[in-house]
Design a protein around this ligand. Structure first.
Ligand code: ATP
Ligand code: MG
Length: 355
């Protein structure tokens, strides 16, 4: 009796008792003299029925061939080809060589998320890390302006993956030692504004998952303001390690921070928050460098960090040169002095926190 015919007696209990041959699970079945080698393919690792089916194969083979032959039944994992998604082919292989994917979020707009994300990226790169930043603000992208890369046109190419499916790859823009990607390189703000939720969501995921980031220590994601559907879908589909939350010291901003923190800590998402960054923590005028004016209140971020048991990763003062650097596309963190030192400190603390 042929080996395959014997194996047809092995039924899969979870597949309506169809046998493993008809289910296409027998990857190899061969005889070398006195030795029988069977390789079973499972669609996933640690299939709960793997052991049972291996045992059933051995039993069937022994029943027909006797105990004199040596029987070896092995298992391999062969994923079932995924149905091709129309138009989009968003696997995670482009982000697999990234050590840490970290969202920069807040509950409220205008607290300085993008300024922190851009400067933090530059500072991490100055510390010697390989860094990328994806601007996930579809409706108000900031990265092109803050890095003076407006009008840059990322190269795109079509590649075939191992399954023969076509896949579009986008190359990031490199400047200041960082790889940047933003929807702003592709669509004008007026264009993006008419996108409805799902379209914006897909565009965003493409902005991250179709980019050839290569090997990175950190990929920061500048999250759009708010805590809506886009955020949840983003946190769900992008393999983020966790987030940092930005806030200003005002009480109202703090209430929003709670929403931001909850967005990651809730049971459906359950991603760690590495800590808080308090932005505009105080104001120091250029002519009085030793003075600190707590114009938005003192230590609000610190109190919030205590309340949630989260580390306070840094406090960044309100400094004119930070705003100017952002407007001119020359991030303050490019300098190792003055305002730049705050971002370098923040980068060191974050790197230590993430490990
Ligand atoms: N520490 C700072 N000192 C001075 N200006 C700052 C500081 N942080 C941010 N700004 C300025 O505040 C404004 C808002 O910052 P930013 O765009 O980074 O906020 P955001 O949270 O990303 O906003 P949005 O919610 O719209 O995405 C910008 O003009 C920026 O230059
Ligand atoms: Mg922003």
């Amino acid at each position: 009796m042929e080996i395959l015919d014997i194996l047809k007696e092995v039924e899969h209990p979870a597949k309506g008792d169809r046998n493993i041959v008809e289910l296409g699970m027998v990857d190899q079945a061969r005889r070398d003299g006195n030795k029988i080698v069977v390789v079973l393919a499972f669609p996933r690792h640690r299939d709960p029925l793997a052991e049972y089916l291996v045992g059933s194969c051995k039993a069937a083979l022994i029943r027909h061939l006797g105990k004199e032959v040596e029987i070896l039944v092995e298992t391999i994992v062969k994923e079932e080809p995924k149905p091709k998604k129309a138009g989009l082919n968003l696997g995670t292989e482009e982000v697999e060589k990234i050590r840490h994917i970290i969202g920069v979020a807040s509950g409220k707009g205008g607290v300085g998320k993008s300024t922190i994300a851009v400067n933090l990226a530059v500072a991490l790169s100055r510390l010697g890390y390989k860094v990328g930043l994806a601007d996930a603000d579809v409706y108000g992208p900031s990265v092109p302006k803050m890095t003076q890369t407006e009008g840059a046109a990322p190269e795109a190419m079509v590649e075939q993956n191992a399954e023969g499916e076509e896949k579009e790859i986008i190359l990031p823009i490199e400047k200041y030692g960082v790889k940047w990607m933003s929807i702003g390189y592709f669509a004008s703000p007026e264009q993006a504004l008419i996108w409805r939720g799902p379209m914006a969501c897909n565009a965003l995921k493409q902005m991250i998952l179709q980019v050839r980031w290569g090997e990175l220590d950190f990929l920061l994601i500048d999250m759009p303001p708010g805590t809506g559907d886009i955020h949840i879908s983003l946190v769900h589909d992008i393999p983020m390690d966790g987030a940092i939350i930005v806030s200003t010291p005002q009480d109202i901003a703090l209430a929003d921070v709670e929403k931001g923190v909850n967005m990651f800590l809730n049971e459906n998402v359950n991603k760690p928050v590495f800590g808080l960054v308090e932005n505009m923590a105080w104001f120091t005028p250029a002519e009085l460098p030793d003075h600190k004016y707590y114009i938005f209140g003192k230590d609000g971020g610190k109190k919030m960090a205590e309340k949630y048991g989260l580390p306070l990763l840094g406090q960044i003062p309100l400094i004119q040169s930070i705003r100017e650097g952002a407007d001119q596309g020359e991030p303050a963190a490019l300098s190792g002095e003055g305002a730049g030192t705050y971002y370098l400190d923040l980068a060191r603390t974050l790197a230590g926190q993430v490990g």
